[in-house]
Design a protein around this ligand. Sequence first.
Ligand SMILES: NC(=O)c1ccc[n+]([C@@H]2O[C@H](COP(=O)([O-])OP(=O)(O)OC[C@H]3O[C@@H](n4cnc5c(N)ncnc54)[C@H](OP(=O)(O)O)[C@@H]3O)[C@@H](O)[C@H]2O)c1
Ligand SMILES: [Zn+2]
Length: 326
Amino acid sequence: MKAAVLETPQGLEYLKIREIEEKGSVGKIRIKVIQTGINPVDYNLIHGKIIYGINPIPHIPGTECYGTALSSGHSIREGDSVIVYPRLYDGTCDFCLDGHEELCINGGLFGVNTNGSYAEEIYVDERNVYRVSGIDKDLAGSIPVGGLTAYHAIKRTRPREGESILVYGASGNTGIWAVQIAKSMGLKVIAVSGKSWISEYGADKVYRIDEIPEDLKTEIVMNSLGGSVFADSLHHIQRGGRIVTFGIYNGKESTLDLSRVYSSEISIFGTTGGSRDDMNDILKLARTGKIRMPVEKRFDLKDIREAMTQFKSKSTGRIVIEPTNA
Ligand SMILES: NC(=O)c1ccc[n+]([C@@H]2O[C@H](COP(=O)([O-])OP(=O)(O)OC[C@H]3O[C@@H](n4cnc5c(N)ncnc54)[C@H](OP(=O)(O)O)[C@@H]3O)[C@@H](O)[C@H]2O)c1
Ligand SMILES: [Zn+2]
């Protein structure tokens, strides 16, 4: 079977389609990969800008996977439509036992600390495989990273119905999910985006980043853009409000006005991915049929370099790779 193999994490020219042989083992489900997404983590991994250790090298990237089970396990049956929960976890440390697999001390990320899904077929531990029958392919394909991360982040701020949330990067994979999740929780959603189409996904108001009204204040801010954009957004949090981050899109360093943080009693939350419970919640939400995910372009596996290049200039939806036909 074919896979996109990164010889060394130093750029797209080292990503090559190769014929490889993968073997299964006890407890693993063989999956035919129908759709695999591109996320900043995949792009950064290929370009040597990842903060976790990559394993193995040479490496098959791909953290987000939707496919069909080609083998059966305890509960997964051959033929099931499935996605992969991307957090690696031991299930035995204090964090896992407390329902926080995303913080597992022996944990990691599928596609980073293991080979991922830029391949025609993969083998995954059954406990990381979730059935998604009845969920649209493009939506299901965006759950493992985009949906899970956005849900966990918003949940961490303990939103209350009627509150307002300011979502930065609203047209991205996490942003589109965040807008719709927040709406489903009864929040007023203000999107920060250069794309006005995000209002079709439930945003009550959309502002370009340089046009946010000076006096706009919300109870919750979701900002994974990092750098100075993170610091600027403190200005838009109401007294007693909360800000959540899970990314450093524009840089990991930010200079904060701490007097504003303490005098307005602002809480800052960091989150990463989500737990297995979050995964079940997001699947329930996806099954309501009320969430949508736009795809701008689908690429064959052989065109993965072109897909990666296009990822940086996407403007109407996701860029996905479809290694095999449904
Ligand atoms: N820790 C985790 O578990 C985790 C999981 C997922 C993602 N992340 C991180 O979260 C961040 C967002 O991920 P994503 O998947 O949503 O990314 P994405 O799909 O690439 O979207 C990022 C969005 O950010 C906005 N943007 C980009 N540059 C900007 C700038 N200079 N100023 C203002 N807005 C800008 C754009 O939206 P507009 O055109 O709408 O402005 C863009 O669509 C990344 O840093 C990613 O690594 C972390
Ligand atoms: Zn653990």
